[in-house]
Ligand binder design. Sequence first.
Ligand code: RB5
Length: 144
Amino acid sequence: MMKIAIGADHAGFAYKEMLKQYVSEFDFCEVCDCGTDSTDSCDYPVFAKKVCDKVTSGDCSMGILVCGTGIGMSIAANKQKGIRAAVASDEYSVKFTRLHNDANVLCLGARVIAEEKARILTELFLTTEFEGGKHLRRVAMFEE
Ligand code: RB5
């Protein structure tokens, strides 16, 4: 069973709720909801940290973060050691950020992509394996 941490700010709240339901229907996934819990205005770095803490502690294997653009979440998430967060809105980028970057957090923009696209990208992210090989050396350089 793969444990997935999911978090959002007010702009991403509705997508987070939708994705939480979607991911929990995969028989290989268990979802850990890190908030926020409403559309009340809040600060996205708080929720980026909650999700990233779950990933770096090993409690969850991957994270999904949603804000208006996905960008603020990705900036905040990538400040944390061990986090490789990718903001993406197309299948090619999501596939290759798993294959080549071993991204462990996907950041989505609720004001950028449609709900159906968010579901497609989420599933692709969770089901694409890191290629390893020469990419392992490059990914290791992130932590140096
Ligand atoms: C909130 O209005 C918005 O700034 C936030 O969701 C996000 O898009 C930041 O990058």
